[in-house]
Design a protein around this ligand. Structure first.
Ligand SMILES: *Cc1c(COP(=O)(O)O)cnc(C)c1O
Length: 357
């Protein structure tokens, strides 16, 4: 069976080595030595100033909104995983969907600017499939209108833009370390910022607002455990090889798929990619369903990603005007891509797709 992704598991004895240390110290959580070690190693590996390890990529977004005092309208993308807009609503803010660009499938800065009102307090943009948003235009808009800029960079571990980590963009950038992502800690996530005050607040907020014996403020339980940190410490030394392996698969798809009948996102900025996903857009939803059926009959399971367009979810917004997202989302299919997917299987997937479209 071939799934859209497969979690990289490190050699069991490497994980066990860390577990023995946990047993010796008898400290399982609350910002223990493995969490601190992972944060230090991530800062160095990524080239970021602050990295705060949290329990998942969703709480990371929620904490970002909270510490930036965002309580009203947030302009966001309809073409993302649901966690992006669910976090906004969970924080009692109002999502306002700005349509995407049909080139990179990230939020379109022109549409963002047109939606700014006196109630707009933040932009929450997703670097879709790990491909960077129009980071310079979005920064200009945020600065001009004095609003915060948050990136859901859940897909972006290891991605660089203009020679620096993509996590260095925005007031705050978040990542997911879920098992389906390029780098993982089983469950987990991180919040990145270069602002010392924000980092201090994030650190407090993820631990119930504790400040020694007392409390600074309300907080949440967004901490992560020594076991999760141990998994991260085992995966981190392998992640560069994992990305190289993904790249070689990516290149086979690029070479063999029939581009007369398929569309893929275009990366517009100077980017070092992490090859996180291999999305294609079919000509119609009907063809997508045919392709999926043909693949599934051979035990190959791609994933409709991102689908549905978040702008169509009535519990998020009553109405929105996102024709591009609404048009492309039902035609988006992420193809299998993981570190040890056999090249012959990739060739087979390409044959099945080309035959069906
Ligand atoms: C995976 C993902 C999230 C959520 O991360 P979790 O760690 O699963 O909570 C948020 N946004 C995007 C774009 C994602 O792909």
């Amino acid at each position: 069976m071939i799934n859209v992704t497969k979690t990289y598991l490190p050699p069991l004895n490497e994980f066990q080595g860390y577990v023995e240390g946990i047993w010796e110290r008898n400290q399982l959580t609350n910002n223990g030595p493995l969490v601190k070690e992972l944060e230090e190693k991530l800062k160095e590996f990524l080239g970021v100033k602050h990295c705060l390890f949290v329990s998942n990529g969703t709480i990371a977004i929620q904490i970002a909104l909270k510490i930036l005092n965002v309580t009203k309208e947030v302009i966001t993308t309809p073409f993302s995983y649901c966690a992006t807009s669910h976090s906004i609503v969970w924080e009692n803010c109002t999502p306002v969907f700005a349509d995407i660009s049909p080139i990179d499938f990230c939020i379109d800065p022109k549409k963002v600017e047109a939606l700014i009102t006196p109630n707009t307090q933040a932009i929450l943009a997703t670097h879709v499939y790990g491909n960077p948003c129009a980071v310079d235009e979005l920064a200009q808009i945020a600065q001009k209108h004095n609003i915060k800029l948050i990136y859901d960079a859940a897909h972006c571990f290891g991605v660089q833009v203009n020679g620096t980590s993509i996590f260095n963009y925005g007031d705050i950038s978040t990542c997911s370390f879920h098992s389906t992502k390029v780098f993982h800690t089983t469950e987990g996530g991180a919040i990145f910022t270069d602002n010392d005050d924000y980092a201090y607040l994030i650190d407090r907020y993820r631990s119930f607002g504790h400040m020694g014996d007392n409390y600074l403020t309300i907080g949440i339980n967004g901490k992560n455990s020594e076991f999760h940190a141990a998994m991260g410490l085992c995966v981190l030394p392998k992640v560069s090889d994992i990305i190289v392996a993904r790249k070689s698969i990516f290149e086979i798809y690029d070479r063999l798929l029939n581009w007369d009948k398929l569309i893929k996102p275009t990366v517009t900025l100077p980017t070092v990619s992490n090859y996180a996903y291999y999305p294609v857009f079919l000509k119609s939803e009907e063809i997508l369903l045919q392709v999926r059926e043909a693949l599934e009959s051979k035990n190959i399971f791609p994933r409709r990603y991102f689908y549905p367009s978040l702008s169509t979810l009535k519990f998020l917004v009553e109405t929105s005007n996102c024709p591009i997202s609404d048009d492309y989302s039902p035609r988006a299919l992420a193809l299998p891509l993981y570190y040890d997917l056999a090249h012959s299987d990739v060739e087979l997937i390409c044959q099945i797709i080309n035959r069906t479209i």
